[in-house]
Write a protein that binds this ligand. Structure first.
Ligand SMILES: Nc1ncnc2c1ncn2[C@@H]1O[C@H](COP(=O)(O)OP(=O)(O)OP(=O)(O)O)[C@@H](O)[C@H]1O
Length: 268
C-alpha cells in the first residue's frame, strides 16, 4: 500500500440516489432534472423558496408520487413502481408536515400503537393470550417507553397526546417513525411550529439519531436550524437544483441569496 492510499479517507457509501428525476402535474413542471445523493449516515437538507418542489421531491422518494422521468435508488435498489409501504419496508421512513396523533390516547399509548402496527401480531394468537404474544407485548411496552424517553417526552408519557404543544406532537411523530426502525429518516419540516428552545433540542435529537447510524434527509424552512444541523444542503428553486454543498458554501452562494431575496425567510 502506498503512503497516498494509506491516508485516503474511506468513501462514504451512497444510501439514496435521485437520478434525473422530473415530476410534471399536467402542464406544470414541479421538478425537472433533479440529481443528488445522500451518503450513509449523512444529514442532508433540501431547501428552497415556497413552491420550489421540496415536498414533491419527498413524495417521489417515498413512493407517494411516481416520477414522470428519472429514477430513485435506495442502497442500490431502484424504487420505481414500488408502493409507499414497500419503500418503508426497505427502511426509508418519513414523517409528515402534519403529525396525526390519537389525541385521546396518551403519548406512550400512541407510540405503543405504532409499535403494534409494526409487530403485526395476528388476532387469534393475541386473543388466546399465547405466551409468545405475552412476551412480545412486554417487549413492545418496554420499547415504547424507551422511544418516548429517547425523543425527550419521558415527562409527558402519561399525558394525552392532544394536550401536547405542536412541537411536542412533532416529537411523537419522530418516535413513531423510529418505531418503524428506519435506516433512513425523511423529515418534512420537523421544526415548523417549534420555539427556539424546542428547535435547539430537536437539532440535538437529529444528531443523536444520526449517531445511531440512521441517514437523514430533511426539508425545512428554518435556515438557522438547517445551517446548524446539515452536513450538506441541496437548494431547489422552481423545481431545479441551483446549488449544493456544505452550509458554509450555501450561505455564500450568490444564486441561493438571489433565490431567497424577498422570501422573508429567517437568515442564518
Ligand atoms: N398534486 C399536485 N398537483 C398539481 N400541482 C402540484 C401538486 N403538488 C405540488 N404541485 C405544485 O408543484 C410545485 C412544487 O410544490 P411543492 O409543494 O413540492 O413545493 P415546496 O417546495 O414543498 O413548497 P412549500 O415550501 O411551500 O411547502 C408548486 O407549484 C405546486 O403548486
Amino acid at each position: 500500500m502506498t503512503a497516498a492510499t494509506a491516508v485516503k479517507q474511506p468513501a462514504v457509501q451512497t444510501a439514496l440516489s435521485v437520478d434525473k428525476v422530473a415530476m410534471h402535474f399536467g402542464g406544470l413542471v414541479a421538478i425537472s432534472d433533479m440529481t443528488f445523493s445522500v451518503g450513509e449516515g449523512e444529514i442532508v437538507s433540501l431547501i428552497g423558496p415556497n413552491g420550489a418542489g421540496k415536498t414533491t421531491a419527498f413524495n417521489v422518494v417515498t413512493g407517494f408520487l411516481t416520477p414522470t422521468h428519472g429514477d430513485v435508488t435506495y442502497r442500490g435498489r431502484s424504487l420505481r413502481g414500488m408502493k409507499p409501504q414497500a419503500i418503508a419496508d426497505l427502511g426509508l421512513i418519513r414523517t409528515f408536515q402534519r403529525t396525526s396523533v390519537f389525541p385521546n390516547d396518551t403519548v406512550y399509548d400512541n407510540v405503543l400503537i405504532g409499535l403494534h402496527r409494526r409487530g403485526r401480531v395476528g388476532v387469534l394468537p393475541s386473543v388466546l393470550g399465547l405466551p409468545r404474544v405475552r412476551r412480545l407485548e412486554t417487549q413492545l411496552k418496554q420499547q415504547a417507553a424507551e422511544l418516548v424517553d429517547y425523543v425527550g417526552l419521558g415527562r409527558r408519557a402519561d399525558d394525552l397526546a392532544g394536550s401536547l404543544s405542536y412541537g411536542e406532537q412533532r416529537l411523537v411523530g419522530v418516535a413513531l417513525a423510529l418505531a418503524a426502525e428506519p435506516s433512513m429518516l425523511l423529515l418534512d419540516e420537523p421544526v415548523s411550529g417549534m420555539n427556539a428552545s424546542e428547535t435547539h433540542t430537536f437539532v440535538q435529537l437529529i444528531r443523536k439519531i444520526r449517531d445511531r447510524g440512521i441517514t437523514i434527509l430533511l426539508v425545512e424552512h428554518d435556515m438557522p436550524m438547517v445551517m446548524s444541523v446539515s452536513d450538506r444542503i441541496v437548494v431547489l428553486n422552481y423545481g431545479r437544483i441551483i446549488a449544493e454543498g456544505t452550509p458554509e458554501v450555501i450561505r455564500n452562494d450568490p444564486a441561493v441569496i438571489e433565490a431567497y431575496l424577498g422570501q422573508g425567510v429567517k437568515h442564518a
